[in-house]
Ligand binder design. Structure first.
Ligand code: G3P
Ligand code: CA
Length: 269
């Protein structure tokens, strides 16, 4: 076999577009994942929540105020919680103008339309169950939607979907309901606590500021529920030098608002 050179030994981390490519298009919209696709970004991250009438939508904040025109459209309904609005009401909102006039008319995606678009773009998905304490039973509902749209087909589930959450109980529920789905715990547990997460999480995904080489090594020393080495994806990394430094610490993934720039920095290193 050919000799392995030092530069080939460390594989470059996978780069994941955080809420799409918010450096170029409004977060968590179809425009944002399309822009990611055009820039060659193969993995996108999103956040899933539930409307008043039980529909799953893609939205980061637990209120609609920052990323839509809800305050103008429904001035009397402060604090504009996602769970206080029906899907029909939310679909009337403009989720693009706040970002730039050329995105006027962009909508808050349903999870279903988002999954179809990621699929059509041949992208891979890091799906975050956001604030599950507000939405009892949302894990089962998200898995049902993934199943209905073909994301859980045996041929497809491996290698193109990870479900992550800050909420360990929620993630354990996802793992118990569908052990075939890869999962990621958001946080940076102490090395002594990592083993308990390895029972239900394939990834441990920390804020990049807390990552040390030693910590990555202690995560990598453990096997996850599928018998594979635990992985680390760090967030949210927008600076090329930070990305290169994380790659040298051994992380497997980098979640970024400017994934195209981070990928270019890693390629140059
Ligand atoms: O993917 C990790 C990151 O998204 C977690 O934080 O607040 O952006 O959802 P947040
Ligand atoms: Ca997120």
């Amino acid at each position: 076999s050919p000799p392995v050179h030092a530069a080939q030994r460390v594989s470059s981390p996978v780069v994941i577009g955080h809420r799409g490519v918010p450096a170029r298009a409004p977060e968590n919209t179809l425009a944002s994942i399309d822009r990611a696709a055009k820039l060659g970004v193969r993995w996108v991250e999103n956040d899933v929540q539930r409307t008043k009438d039980g529909a799953l939508i893609v939205m980061h904040d637990t209120t609609l105020a920052r990323t839509t025109d809800v305050e103008q459209r429904y001035p009397d309904r402060a604090p504009w919680k996602v769970s206080d609005f029906t899907l029909a009401e939310i679909q009337k909102l403009d989720a693009g103008s706040w970002y730039a006039p050329r995105f006027a008319g962009e909508r808050v995606p349903t999870l279903s339309s988002y999954l179809r678009r990621v699929d059509r773009n041949r992208q891979k998905l890091l799906l975050e169950v956001k604030a599950p304490e507000l939405y009892p039973g949302i894990e089962r509902q998200i898995l049902a939607e993934l199943d209905r749209t073909g994301w859980l087909d045996r041929r497809h589930v491996d290698g193109r979907l990870v479900v992550q959450s800050f909420d360990a109980a929620s993630l354990r529920t996802v793992h118990q309901l569908r052990p075939d789905v890869k999962t990621g715990f958001l946080g940076a547990p102490k090395p002594s606590e990592l083993r308990s997460y390895a029972a239900f999480a394939d990834q441990i995904n920390p804020s990049y500021k807390s990552v040390t080489e030693a910590w990555v090594r202690s995560v990598h020393a453990l096997k996850g529920p599928h018998g594979r080495r635990l992985e680390v994806s760090a967030w949210t990394v927008d600076d090329g030098d930070d990305a290169v430094s994380l790659a040298r610490k051994g992380v497997d993934g980098i979640i970024s608002n400017a994934p195209h720039e981070v990928a270019a920095a890693l390629a140059e290193d």
